[in-house]
Design a protein around this ligand. Structure first.
Ligand code: SF4
Length: 69
């Protein structure tokens, strides 16, 4: 069984907010609209949504790493 480590790079984020739309439990935006990771190790039931969010980021600013639990 693996966990998922979520990181996001605000320096390449273009404030599209797609990640927030797709996984609001895991992503938010700061006052400038830049991505903020709320939960770097989300529970398994959110992994599909997080993967969709990462795939949908227009600047590939979200990195997902599978990690052993
Ligand atoms: S989807 Fe990508 S560009 Fe849009 S807010 Fe999230 S990290 Fe930023």
């Amino acid at each position: 069984m693996t966990g998922l480590l979520v990181t996001a790079d605000p320096t390449t984020c273009v404030t599209s907010c797609m990640c927030v739309y797709r996984a609001p439990e895991v992503f938010d935006q700061d006052d400038d609209g830049l991505v903020v990771v709320l939960d770097a190790r989300p529970p398994a039931e959110l992994h599909d949504a997080v993967r969709r969010a990462a795939r949908g980021c227009p600047t590939q600013s979200i990195t997902l790493t599978d990690q052993p639990l």
